[in-house]
Design a protein around this ligand. Sequence first.
Ligand SMILES: *[C@@H]1O[C@H](CO)[C@@H](O)[C@H](O)[C@H]1NC(C)=O
Ligand SMILES: *[C@@H]1O[C@H](CO)[C@@H](O)[C@H](O)[C@H]1NC(C)=O
Ligand SMILES: *[C@@H]1O[C@H](CO)[C@@H](O)[C@H](O)[C@H]1NC(C)=O
Ligand SMILES: *[C@@H]1O[C@H](CO)[C@@H](O)[C@H](O)[C@H]1NC(C)=O
Length: 394
Amino acid sequence: MLSRINLAGLLLLSLLLLLRAAPAPGARCPRATLVYQPPYPQINASMDASNHHGIEDGIVVRRRDGSFLLVGAEMYGDPVWVAMRLGVWASIDGLAWRKIRTLRQSSANFDGTDIHSSSWGPFFLYDSKRDTWALSYVGYRGAPSNASGWLSNFQGTIFSQYAPVTGDAGLDSDFGDAHYRATDRIVLQPDDFRVNGPWPYVCQGLQGTDSFYAYQLPNGTWAALVGTSHQETPDAWPGGKWPVSLATAPDLMGPWTRYNPHGPAPAAPCVDLNGGFSENPIVSHRPDDPSAYHLVIDWIGREGEGFGYACSQDGVTWDPATMVKTPTGCRTPFGLLPMTTQEVDAFAAAILAYGVINATQLHAPNTALQWAFYTRNTGAWEVFQTSIVQLDWN
Ligand SMILES: *[C@@H]1O[C@H](CO)[C@@H](O)[C@H](O)[C@H]1NC(C)=O
Ligand SMILES: *[C@@H]1O[C@H](CO)[C@@H](O)[C@H](O)[C@H]1NC(C)=O
Ligand SMILES: *[C@@H]1O[C@H](CO)[C@@H](O)[C@H](O)[C@H]1NC(C)=O
Ligand SMILES: *[C@@H]1O[C@H](CO)[C@@H](O)[C@H](O)[C@H]1NC(C)=O
Protein backbone atom coordinates (compact mmCIF):
# COMPACT_ATOMS: atom_id res chain seq x y z
CA MET A 1 0.00 0.00 0.00
CA LEU A 2 2.68 2.42 1.11
CA SER A 3 4.88 1.63 -1.88
CA ARG A 4 1.98 2.15 -4.23
CA ILE A 5 1.39 5.65 -2.75
CA ASN A 6 5.11 6.34 -3.01
CA LEU A 7 5.07 5.26 -6.63
CA ALA A 8 2.13 7.50 -7.37
CA GLY A 9 3.89 10.36 -5.56
CA LEU A 10 7.08 9.72 -7.50
CA LEU A 11 5.20 9.73 -10.79
CA LEU A 12 3.49 12.99 -9.85
CA LEU A 13 6.79 14.51 -8.80
CA SER A 14 8.51 13.54 -12.04
CA LEU A 15 5.56 14.85 -14.01
CA LEU A 16 5.80 18.17 -12.16
CA LEU A 17 9.56 18.31 -12.79
CA LEU A 18 8.98 17.56 -16.46
CA LEU A 19 6.40 20.33 -16.69
CA ARG A 20 8.78 22.72 -14.95
CA ALA A 21 11.67 21.79 -17.20
CA ALA A 22 9.71 22.15 -20.41
CA PRO A 23 6.98 24.76 -20.21
CA ALA A 24 4.73 24.92 -23.25
CA PRO A 25 5.93 27.64 -25.63
CA GLY A 26 4.65 30.98 -24.41
CA ALA A 27 3.15 29.52 -21.24
CA ARG A 28 5.22 31.83 -19.08
CA CYS A 29 5.04 35.61 -19.45
CA PRO A 30 8.51 37.09 -19.99
CA ARG A 31 9.92 39.39 -17.34
CA ALA A 32 10.43 42.89 -18.75
CA THR A 33 13.28 45.03 -17.40
CA LEU A 34 14.45 48.42 -18.59
CA VAL A 35 18.14 48.02 -19.45
CA TYR A 36 18.95 51.32 -21.15
CA GLN A 37 17.64 54.84 -21.39
CA PRO A 38 19.48 57.82 -22.87
CA PRO A 39 20.10 60.54 -20.24
CA TYR A 40 17.99 63.07 -22.21
CA PRO A 41 14.51 62.96 -23.79
CA GLN A 42 14.36 62.48 -27.56
CA ILE A 43 11.59 65.02 -28.26
CA ASN A 44 11.37 68.12 -26.07
CA ALA A 45 9.94 71.64 -26.07
CA SER A 46 12.89 73.16 -27.94
CA MET A 47 12.14 70.98 -30.98
CA ASP A 48 8.68 72.41 -31.70
CA ALA A 49 7.95 75.97 -30.60
CA SER A 50 4.37 75.71 -31.89
CA ASN A 51 3.55 72.94 -29.39
CA HIS A 52 2.95 74.39 -25.92
CA HIS A 53 2.31 71.30 -23.77
CA GLY A 54 4.04 68.35 -25.43
CA ILE A 55 3.02 64.89 -26.62
CA GLU A 56 0.96 62.36 -24.69
CA ASP A 57 -0.25 59.17 -26.39
CA GLY A 58 0.38 57.43 -29.70
CA ILE A 59 2.57 54.73 -31.20
CA VAL A 60 5.88 54.08 -32.94
CA VAL A 61 5.84 51.64 -35.87
CA ARG A 62 8.68 50.14 -37.86
CA ARG A 63 8.86 50.66 -41.61
CA ARG A 64 10.18 47.96 -43.95
CA ASP A 65 13.33 50.03 -44.52
CA GLY A 66 14.04 49.65 -40.77
CA SER A 67 13.31 53.26 -39.82
CA PHE A 68 10.67 54.41 -37.31
CA LEU A 69 7.51 56.46 -37.65
CA LEU A 70 5.69 57.96 -34.68
CA VAL A 71 2.18 59.37 -34.56
CA GLY A 72 1.38 61.13 -31.30
CA ALA A 73 -1.31 63.34 -29.78
CA GLU A 74 0.21 66.82 -29.53
CA MET A 75 -1.25 69.07 -26.82
CA TYR A 76 -0.23 72.06 -28.89
CA GLY A 77 -2.53 74.77 -27.51
CA ASP A 78 -5.16 75.96 -25.07
CA PRO A 79 -7.52 74.96 -23.63
CA VAL A 80 -4.99 72.25 -22.78
CA TRP A 81 -6.15 68.73 -23.83
CA VAL A 82 -8.72 70.35 -26.16
CA ALA A 83 -6.66 72.21 -28.76
CA MET A 84 -5.07 69.05 -30.15
CA ARG A 85 -3.41 67.73 -33.28
CA LEU A 86 -1.72 64.49 -34.34
CA GLY A 87 1.99 64.86 -35.08
CA VAL A 88 3.94 62.48 -37.30
CA TRP A 89 7.65 62.19 -36.52
CA ALA A 90 10.35 60.06 -38.16
CA SER A 91 13.64 58.57 -36.96
CA ILE A 92 16.35 56.43 -38.54
CA ASP A 93 18.01 55.28 -35.31
CA GLY A 94 15.35 55.65 -32.58
CA LEU A 95 17.24 58.57 -31.02
CA ALA A 96 17.09 61.51 -33.45
CA TRP A 97 13.54 62.50 -34.46
CA ARG A 98 12.15 65.07 -36.87
CA LYS A 99 8.59 66.26 -37.39
CA ILE A 100 7.10 65.28 -40.75
CA ARG A 101 3.50 66.49 -40.74
CA THR A 102 0.40 67.34 -38.74
CA LEU A 103 -2.89 65.44 -39.07
CA ARG A 104 -6.41 65.95 -37.68
CA GLN A 105 -5.90 69.34 -36.06
CA SER A 106 -8.96 69.58 -33.81
CA SER A 107 -11.53 72.38 -33.73
CA ALA A 108 -11.14 72.97 -29.97
CA ASN A 109 -14.88 73.67 -29.99
CA PHE A 110 -16.00 73.96 -26.37
CA ASP A 111 -19.79 74.00 -26.45
CA GLY A 112 -20.21 70.21 -26.63
CA THR A 113 -21.45 70.12 -30.24
CA ASP A 114 -18.37 68.92 -32.16
CA ILE A 115 -17.10 65.31 -32.00
CA HIS A 116 -13.81 66.62 -33.45
CA SER A 117 -13.30 69.08 -30.61
CA SER A 118 -10.10 67.18 -29.74
CA SER A 119 -8.02 64.41 -31.39
CA TRP A 120 -6.30 61.81 -29.19
CA GLY A 121 -4.90 58.27 -29.04
CA PRO A 122 -3.66 57.93 -32.63
CA PHE A 123 -2.35 54.61 -33.95
CA PHE A 124 -1.00 53.40 -37.26
CA LEU A 125 -2.56 49.94 -37.75
CA TYR A 126 -1.36 47.56 -40.46
CA ASP A 127 -3.95 45.51 -42.36
CA SER A 128 -1.93 42.65 -43.88
CA LYS A 129 -4.83 41.35 -45.99
CA ARG A 130 -4.87 44.66 -47.90
CA ASP A 131 -1.18 45.46 -47.37
CA THR A 132 -2.42 48.88 -46.24
CA TRP A 133 -1.90 51.08 -43.19
CA ALA A 134 -4.81 52.75 -41.44
CA LEU A 135 -4.78 55.74 -39.09
CA SER A 136 -7.12 55.44 -36.10
CA TYR A 137 -7.73 58.00 -33.37
CA VAL A 138 -10.26 59.16 -30.78
CA GLY A 139 -12.50 62.16 -31.48
CA TYR A 140 -14.10 63.84 -28.45
CA ARG A 141 -16.68 66.48 -27.76
CA GLY A 142 -15.55 69.17 -25.32
CA ALA A 143 -17.39 71.52 -22.96
CA PRO A 144 -16.89 73.15 -19.54
CA SER A 145 -17.30 70.58 -16.76
CA ASN A 146 -20.54 70.68 -14.78
CA ALA A 147 -22.60 68.53 -12.45
CA SER A 148 -22.62 65.76 -15.09
CA GLY A 149 -18.87 65.30 -14.78
CA TRP A 150 -15.56 66.15 -16.43
CA LEU A 151 -16.29 67.27 -19.98
CA SER A 152 -13.04 68.49 -21.55
CA ASN A 153 -13.00 65.19 -23.51
CA PHE A 154 -16.27 63.26 -23.58
CA GLN A 155 -18.16 60.75 -25.73
CA GLY A 156 -14.90 59.39 -27.19
CA THR A 157 -15.56 57.92 -30.63
CA ILE A 158 -13.07 55.93 -32.68
CA PHE A 159 -12.41 57.16 -36.22
CA SER A 160 -10.26 55.49 -38.85
CA GLN A 161 -9.20 55.83 -42.46
CA TYR A 162 -6.97 53.73 -44.71
CA ALA A 163 -4.03 55.30 -46.50
CA PRO A 164 -4.88 55.92 -50.16
CA VAL A 165 -2.00 53.72 -51.35
CA THR A 166 -0.71 50.28 -50.30
CA GLY A 167 2.46 49.43 -48.41
CA ASP A 168 4.67 51.81 -46.47
CA ALA A 169 4.06 54.53 -49.06
CA GLY A 170 0.73 54.91 -47.27
CA LEU A 171 2.58 56.09 -44.15
CA ASP A 172 3.79 59.06 -46.20
CA SER A 173 0.20 60.04 -47.05
CA ASP A 174 -1.99 62.37 -45.02
CA PHE A 175 -4.77 59.74 -44.64
CA GLY A 176 -7.28 62.03 -46.34
CA ASP A 177 -6.63 64.91 -43.96
CA ALA A 178 -8.14 67.64 -46.17
CA HIS A 179 -11.59 66.03 -46.03
CA TYR A 180 -11.37 63.86 -42.90
CA ARG A 181 -14.67 65.01 -41.38
CA ALA A 182 -16.45 63.60 -44.39
CA THR A 183 -14.36 60.50 -45.02
CA ASP A 184 -13.09 59.16 -41.65
CA ARG A 185 -15.14 56.16 -40.74
CA ILE A 186 -16.59 55.66 -37.24
CA VAL A 187 -15.35 52.19 -36.28
CA LEU A 188 -16.52 52.16 -32.65
CA GLN A 189 -18.61 54.49 -30.52
CA PRO A 190 -20.06 54.34 -27.02
CA ASP A 191 -23.33 52.40 -26.75
CA ASP A 192 -26.49 54.20 -25.53
CA PHE A 193 -24.50 57.33 -24.74
CA ARG A 194 -26.24 60.09 -22.75
CA VAL A 195 -24.13 62.83 -21.24
CA ASN A 196 -26.34 62.92 -18.13
CA GLY A 197 -26.49 59.13 -17.80
CA PRO A 198 -27.63 56.56 -16.89
CA TRP A 199 -24.38 54.57 -17.13
CA PRO A 200 -25.53 50.97 -17.59
CA TYR A 201 -22.24 49.47 -18.79
CA VAL A 202 -19.30 48.78 -16.48
CA CYS A 203 -16.75 49.41 -19.25
CA GLN A 204 -18.35 52.52 -20.77
CA GLY A 205 -18.22 55.84 -18.93
CA LEU A 206 -18.60 59.55 -19.73
CA GLN A 207 -15.29 59.76 -21.56
CA GLY A 208 -16.74 57.31 -24.09
CA THR A 209 -14.44 54.94 -25.95
CA ASP A 210 -11.12 56.58 -25.14
CA SER A 211 -8.64 54.19 -26.76
CA PHE A 212 -8.69 51.52 -29.44
CA TYR A 213 -5.80 49.21 -30.34
CA ALA A 214 -6.68 46.57 -32.97
CA TYR A 215 -4.77 43.32 -33.62
CA GLN A 216 -5.59 39.99 -35.25
CA LEU A 217 -6.41 36.82 -33.30
CA PRO A 218 -4.88 33.52 -34.48
CA ASN A 219 -8.13 32.68 -36.35
CA GLY A 220 -7.97 35.93 -38.35
CA THR A 221 -10.74 37.73 -36.46
CA TRP A 222 -9.76 41.25 -35.39
CA ALA A 223 -9.77 42.09 -31.69
CA ALA A 224 -9.27 45.46 -30.04
CA LEU A 225 -8.57 46.47 -26.49
CA VAL A 226 -10.71 49.53 -25.92
CA GLY A 227 -10.64 51.89 -22.96
CA THR A 228 -13.00 54.22 -21.18
CA SER A 229 -13.01 56.49 -18.16
CA HIS A 230 -15.86 56.92 -15.71
CA GLN A 231 -15.67 60.72 -15.61
CA GLU A 232 -19.39 60.95 -14.86
CA THR A 233 -20.59 62.31 -11.52
CA PRO A 234 -21.27 60.28 -9.49
CA ASP A 235 -19.31 57.26 -10.72
CA ALA A 236 -21.53 54.41 -9.58
CA TRP A 237 -19.19 51.65 -10.74
CA PRO A 238 -16.91 50.17 -8.11
CA GLY A 239 -13.31 49.54 -9.10
CA GLY A 240 -10.92 51.66 -11.11
CA LYS A 241 -12.09 54.60 -13.18
CA TRP A 242 -10.12 53.47 -16.25
CA PRO A 243 -11.17 49.93 -17.23
CA VAL A 244 -10.47 48.35 -20.63
CA SER A 245 -12.54 45.78 -22.49
CA LEU A 246 -12.54 43.83 -25.75
CA ALA A 247 -14.30 44.32 -29.06
CA THR A 248 -14.09 42.07 -32.13
CA ALA A 249 -14.72 42.46 -35.85
CA PRO A 250 -14.32 40.39 -39.02
CA ASP A 251 -12.46 43.28 -40.64
CA LEU A 252 -10.30 46.16 -39.38
CA MET A 253 -12.93 48.66 -40.51
CA GLY A 254 -15.70 46.68 -38.79
CA PRO A 255 -18.40 46.07 -38.00
CA TRP A 256 -17.00 46.08 -34.43
CA THR A 257 -19.00 44.64 -31.52
CA ARG A 258 -18.18 44.61 -27.82
CA TYR A 259 -16.94 41.15 -26.86
CA ASN A 260 -19.23 39.46 -24.36
CA PRO A 261 -19.11 35.67 -24.34
CA HIS A 262 -21.85 35.57 -21.66
CA GLY A 263 -24.60 37.91 -22.85
CA PRO A 264 -25.66 41.04 -24.74
CA ALA A 265 -22.78 42.79 -26.49
CA PRO A 266 -22.77 46.30 -24.97
CA ALA A 267 -22.50 44.94 -21.42
CA ALA A 268 -19.09 43.44 -22.16
CA PRO A 269 -17.03 42.41 -19.12
CA CYS A 270 -13.90 44.45 -18.41
CA VAL A 271 -10.46 42.93 -18.97
CA ASP A 272 -8.86 43.21 -15.55
CA LEU A 273 -5.19 44.11 -16.09
CA ASN A 274 -4.61 46.12 -12.91
CA GLY A 275 -7.92 46.74 -11.18
CA GLY A 276 -9.18 49.28 -13.71
CA PHE A 277 -6.28 51.75 -13.94
CA SER A 278 -5.27 51.00 -17.55
CA GLU A 279 -4.98 53.58 -20.30
CA ASN A 280 -3.89 53.14 -23.91
CA PRO A 281 -3.02 49.42 -24.23
CA ILE A 282 -0.85 48.55 -27.25
CA VAL A 283 -0.62 44.86 -28.19
CA SER A 284 2.14 43.06 -30.09
CA HIS A 285 3.47 39.52 -30.59
CA ARG A 286 5.84 37.94 -28.08
CA PRO A 287 9.44 36.97 -28.84
CA ASP A 288 9.17 33.72 -26.82
CA ASP A 289 6.13 32.55 -28.82
CA PRO A 290 5.14 34.53 -31.91
CA SER A 291 1.57 33.24 -31.70
CA ALA A 292 1.17 34.70 -28.19
CA TYR A 293 0.69 38.36 -27.24
CA HIS A 294 1.91 40.97 -24.83
CA LEU A 295 0.86 44.56 -24.19
CA VAL A 296 1.98 47.74 -22.51
CA ILE A 297 -0.29 50.18 -20.67
CA ASP A 298 -0.21 53.51 -18.97
CA TRP A 299 -0.71 52.46 -15.31
CA ILE A 300 -2.81 55.32 -14.00
CA GLY A 301 -2.04 56.14 -10.39
CA ARG A 302 1.48 54.70 -10.58
CA GLU A 303 2.88 56.78 -13.44
CA GLY A 304 5.78 57.86 -11.24
CA GLU A 305 7.09 54.27 -11.32
CA GLY A 306 6.90 53.10 -14.93
CA PHE A 307 4.44 51.35 -17.22
CA GLY A 308 2.39 48.14 -17.12
CA TYR A 309 3.20 44.93 -19.01
CA ALA A 310 0.88 41.90 -19.44
CA CYS A 311 0.66 38.69 -21.46
CA SER A 312 -1.99 36.65 -23.25
CA GLN A 313 -1.83 33.25 -24.92
CA ASP A 314 -4.86 33.73 -27.15
CA GLY A 315 -5.30 37.51 -27.36
CA VAL A 316 -8.61 37.28 -25.47
CA THR A 317 -7.71 36.27 -21.90
CA TRP A 318 -5.11 38.54 -20.30
CA ASP A 319 -2.91 37.95 -17.24
CA PRO A 320 -2.60 40.69 -14.58
CA ALA A 321 -0.07 43.38 -15.45
CA THR A 322 3.32 43.80 -13.82
CA MET A 323 5.14 47.12 -13.44
CA VAL A 324 8.16 47.84 -15.65
CA LYS A 325 10.11 50.43 -13.70
CA THR A 326 11.55 53.38 -15.59
CA PRO A 327 14.01 55.85 -14.03
CA THR A 328 11.79 58.84 -14.77
CA GLY A 329 8.26 57.37 -14.57
CA CYS A 330 6.02 57.10 -17.62
CA ARG A 331 2.92 58.90 -18.83
CA THR A 332 2.10 56.69 -21.82
CA PRO A 333 3.96 53.84 -23.51
CA PHE A 334 4.12 53.98 -27.34
CA GLY A 335 4.47 50.19 -27.77
CA LEU A 336 7.31 47.66 -27.93
CA LEU A 337 9.30 46.93 -31.10
CA PRO A 338 11.85 44.10 -31.50
CA MET A 339 15.43 45.31 -32.01
CA THR A 340 17.39 44.04 -34.98
CA THR A 341 20.71 42.26 -34.40
CA GLN A 342 22.49 45.31 -35.86
CA GLU A 343 20.72 47.55 -33.34
CA VAL A 344 21.59 45.19 -30.48
CA ASP A 345 25.25 45.30 -31.55
CA ALA A 346 25.15 49.09 -31.88
CA PHE A 347 23.68 49.53 -28.36
CA ALA A 348 25.52 46.71 -26.55
CA ALA A 349 28.23 48.98 -25.11
CA ALA A 350 25.69 51.59 -23.96
CA ILE A 351 23.53 48.89 -22.33
CA LEU A 352 26.50 47.42 -20.44
CA ALA A 353 27.64 50.87 -19.36
CA TYR A 354 24.10 51.58 -18.09
CA GLY A 355 24.72 48.77 -15.59
CA VAL A 356 21.39 46.96 -15.19
CA ILE A 357 22.53 43.77 -16.97
CA ASN A 358 26.02 42.37 -17.57
CA ALA A 359 27.47 40.74 -20.70
CA THR A 360 26.34 37.24 -19.69
CA GLN A 361 22.77 38.43 -19.23
CA LEU A 362 22.86 40.53 -22.41
CA HIS A 363 23.65 37.45 -24.50
CA ALA A 364 21.68 34.90 -22.45
CA PRO A 365 19.43 32.47 -24.33
CA ASN A 366 15.67 32.99 -24.00
CA THR A 367 16.00 36.76 -23.86
CA ALA A 368 15.29 39.49 -26.38
CA LEU A 369 15.77 43.25 -26.50
CA GLN A 370 12.97 45.53 -27.58
CA TRP A 371 12.56 49.26 -28.04
CA ALA A 372 10.20 50.73 -25.44
CA PHE A 373 9.15 54.23 -26.45
CA TYR A 374 7.09 56.35 -24.08
CA THR A 375 6.16 59.86 -22.99
CA ARG A 376 6.69 61.31 -19.53
CA ASN A 377 5.74 64.38 -17.54
CA THR A 378 8.45 66.91 -16.83
CA GLY A 379 6.21 69.49 -15.19
CA ALA A 380 5.80 71.89 -18.08
CA TRP A 381 6.14 69.90 -21.30
CA GLU A 382 5.43 66.20 -21.81
CA VAL A 383 8.51 64.78 -23.52
CA PHE A 384 9.05 61.68 -25.65
CA GLN A 385 11.61 59.16 -24.43
CA THR A 386 13.36 56.22 -26.03
CA SER A 387 14.39 53.24 -23.90
CA ILE A 388 15.31 49.57 -24.29
CA VAL A 389 13.81 46.67 -22.33
CA GLN A 390 15.02 43.11 -22.03
CA LEU A 391 12.39 40.36 -22.12
CA ASP A 392 13.53 37.24 -20.30
CA TRP A 393 11.60 33.96 -20.37
CA ASN A 394 14.14 31.70 -18.67
C1 LIG B 1 16.15 69.07 -26.28
O1 LIG B 1 16.57 68.21 -27.30
C2 LIG B 1 17.63 68.74 -28.09
C3 LIG B 1 17.87 67.76 -29.23
O2 LIG B 1 18.13 66.46 -28.76
C4 LIG B 1 18.85 68.93 -27.20
O3 LIG B 1 19.91 69.48 -27.97
C5 LIG B 1 18.49 69.83 -26.05
O4 LIG B 1 19.58 69.91 -25.15
C6 LIG B 1 17.28 69.32 -25.31
N1 LIG B 1 16.86 70.28 -24.31
C7 LIG B 1 16.41 69.88 -23.13
C8 LIG B 1 15.96 70.98 -22.21
O5 LIG B 1 16.35 68.71 -22.78
C1 LIG C 1 -23.30 69.60 -18.77
O1 LIG C 1 -22.86 70.05 -20.04
C2 LIG C 1 -23.24 69.21 -21.10
C3 LIG C 1 -22.54 69.69 -22.35
O2 LIG C 1 -22.71 71.04 -22.57
C4 LIG C 1 -24.76 69.21 -21.21
O3 LIG C 1 -25.17 68.39 -22.28
C5 LIG C 1 -25.32 68.70 -19.91
O4 LIG C 1 -26.72 68.74 -19.95
C6 LIG C 1 -24.82 69.52 -18.75
N1 LIG C 1 -25.24 68.90 -17.50
C7 LIG C 1 -25.80 69.60 -16.53
C8 LIG C 1 -26.19 68.85 -15.29
O5 LIG C 1 -26.00 70.80 -16.61
C1 LIG D 1 -12.10 33.71 -33.56
O1 LIG D 1 -11.93 33.66 -32.16
C2 LIG D 1 -12.70 34.62 -31.42
C3 LIG D 1 -12.29 34.51 -29.96
O2 LIG D 1 -12.47 33.24 -29.47
C4 LIG D 1 -14.17 34.38 -31.64
O3 LIG D 1 -14.93 35.34 -30.95
C5 LIG D 1 -14.46 34.48 -33.14
O4 LIG D 1 -15.82 34.19 -33.39
C6 LIG D 1 -13.58 33.53 -33.93
N1 LIG D 1 -13.75 33.80 -35.36
C7 LIG D 1 -14.02 32.85 -36.24
C8 LIG D 1 -14.14 33.31 -37.65
O5 LIG D 1 -14.18 31.68 -35.91
C1 LIG E 1 26.04 38.61 -14.41
O1 LIG E 1 25.01 38.76 -13.45
C2 LIG E 1 24.48 37.52 -12.98
C3 LIG E 1 23.24 37.86 -12.13
O2 LIG E 1 23.57 38.81 -11.16
C4 LIG E 1 25.54 36.77 -12.24
O3 LIG E 1 25.04 35.53 -11.80
C5 LIG E 1 26.73 36.52 -13.18
O4 LIG E 1 27.78 35.93 -12.49
C6 LIG E 1 27.20 37.83 -13.78
N1 LIG E 1 28.19 37.54 -14.81
C7 LIG E 1 29.31 38.22 -14.92
C8 LIG E 1 30.23 37.83 -16.04
O5 LIG E 1 29.59 39.13 -14.16
